[in-house]
Design a binder for this molecule. Structure first.
Ligand SMILES: Cc1cc2nc3c(=O)[nH]c(=O)nc-3n(C[C@H](O)[C@H](O)[C@H](O)COP(=O)(O)OP(=O)(O)OC[C@H]3O[C@@H](n4cnc5c(N)ncnc54)[C@H](O)[C@@H]3O)c2cc1C
Length: 445
């Protein structure tokens, strides 16, 4: 362990998990956030996306369980739902389906080795994570502390400067987990370095979410469902999701893309819901009472910052989480993908145990790149399947797509090993390289 201090800017999911990883390698970790944290699970200004559904993929939960043993039990004890595969489904034009990618009228057999699905609000998840992180002896938290600038000494980042007071806090490594705003590109520019190149997928996506209180607690027996877009006609860009939360209320989101965004007012919301390709969503919310205002969130584009292509980078700072890659939220990957990035952080810090941190950035960005490939590719392929999506098609992953199609087809034909491989990658349990390392044989006819 290094007898020095690391700082994490931002106490969102990426920041909390990074702090826990850094605590294995640094004597002291200081976790900073501009917000004061609520005592109970609840909204805060720095996480405006928290009003919307936040699914945690098996890959994310697995990493959290490894880092915080028994974390799934914490979630469950705090009220998280633990649905079986038949209790969470989708409605499409062909009716009820247990797959979101095609019509599948029967639930799939669970794949052994996958963690039980846990469903909870973003607030609850963050609260449980924060409780664990705050109990780690060598992590100190300081909330209500907005960071303005890097502290620069001898051309390297040597800490941070606090907004307003101008207070300087020294550190041997600063991890920038401040979310979508991403301070690092601006800091790089100010220090005379190039900004990373960006890849964009212009999905032009938006959610409107309202919390509803059901008239009877068990009116929705299961955990929730999606309503998929229609396959043809005027409403091919509209979808919805309704989930039970830990409070028993329903979180109900309408989503639309490419100019067809859900309305921001209650009346418009209720009318829009009736245009979905299945009435399940509209029929349920009509029986319930809205207990929140409509929360609208626009997500114009997914952004990937190619730090791994930079030739020069200052020592002392590493970005992580949404600041490196932001995915279309519809596919529920951001938190789990951030967890996978912390694996990269852990791996390179372990490799650098006896060495100065100066060149840490090179292997770190290479390892982060590998973790980002799968979620980025999945989201980009699904977004580009919608006519009208513009941006950078992932042509560089042609071979990966070919392998995914081949193993995906084998999985549909009942090959359990292929199903396990493809699902491991799509649920972020394994990186995309796993598909290139696999040598599954198609059965000879
Ligand atoms: C509408 C929507 C729905 C989503 N749904 C899902 C989902 O279903 N599943 C999923 O896995 N992901 C989802 N995501 C993505 C997910 O929210 C993020 O990917 C994930 O939270 C990781 O983000 P982060 O920790 O990098 O940043 P954030 O969670 O945004 O946290 C950034 C933190 O930095 C703090 N901060 C910012 N500036 C400063 C500063 N100057 N000084 C100090 N602190 C600062 C903020 O207060 C905040 O606490 C969704 C995103 C959106 C927008």
């Amino acid at each position: 362990m290094r007898d020095v201090q690391a700082i994490v800017i931002g106490s969102g999911v990426a920041g909390l998990v990074s702090a826990q990883v850094l605590a294995k390698h640094f004597r002291q970790v200081l976790l900073l956030d501009k917000d004061q944290m609520p005592a109970l699970p609840g909204p805060r200004q720095g996480i405006p996306q928290g009003h919307h559904f936040h699914g945690l993929l098996p890959g994310g939960l697995q990493i959290l369980n490894d880092l915080f043993p028994g974390f799934d039990a914490d979630l469950k004890a705090a009220g998280a739902l633990t649905p079986q595969p038949h209790e969470f489904y989708a409605f499409g034009e062909e009716g009820k389906s247990y797959s979101y990618l095609r019509h599948q009228p029967e639930p799939s057999e669970p794949i052994p080795g996958f963690p039980q699905l846990h469903m909870q609000s973003r607030y609850l998840l963050e609260h449980c994570l924060r409780t664990r992180v705050e109990a780690t002896p060598n992590i100190t938290t300081r909330y209500g502390t907005a960071i303005r600038d890097p502290l620069i000494r001898d051309g390297a980042v040597a800490g941070v400067v606090v907004h307003n007071q101008g207070e300087e806090i020294r550190a041997d490594l600063v991890v920038d987990a401040a979310g979508r705003v991403g301070r690092t590109p601006r800091w790089l520019e100010a220090m005379g370095y190039a900004r990373p190149k960006e890849t964009h997928v212009n999905c032009d996506f938006a959610y409107t979410t309202i919390m509803f209180r059901p008239s009877e607690p068990d009116l929705l027996k299961d955990a929730g469902f999606f309503v998929m877009p229609a396959k043809s006609g005027r409403y091919i860009r509209r979808s919805a999701c309704l989930v039970k939360t830990e409070t028993g209320d329903w979180l109900a989101s309408l989503s639309g893309r490419l100019g067809d965004h859900p309305p921001e007012d209650l009346e418009g919301y209720m009318q829009w819901a009736q245009t979905l390709c299945d009435p399940a969503f509209s029929d349920l919310i009509k029986t319930a009472t809205p207990i929140s205002e409509p929360h609208h969130f626009k997500f114009p584009r997914a952004i990937r910052r190619h730090y791994e292509q930079l030739k020069r980078f200052p020592s002392g700072v590493l970005p992580i989480g949404d600041g490196v890659c932001q995915y279309n939220p519809y596919y529920g990957q951001g938190m789990s993908a951030a967890c996978r990035q912390t694996l990269a952080l852990d791996k390179v810090l372990t490799g650098f145990a006896d060495r100065p941190l100066t060149d840490l950035w090179k292997p770190y960005f290479a390892a982060v790149f590998e973790q980002i490939r799968a979620p980025w590719l999945y989201a980009a392929l699904l977004d580009f399947a919608h006519k009208g999506t513009s941006g950078d098609y992932p042509n560089e992953e042609r071979k990966s797509v070919e392998l995914l199609m081949r193993y995906g087809q084998m999985s549909l034909n009942g090959d359990r090993e292929a199903a396990r491989l493809v699902t491991s990658i799509s649920s972020l349990m394994a990186p995309l390289s796993a598909i290139h390392q696999a040598h599954l044989k198609e059965p000879t006819p």
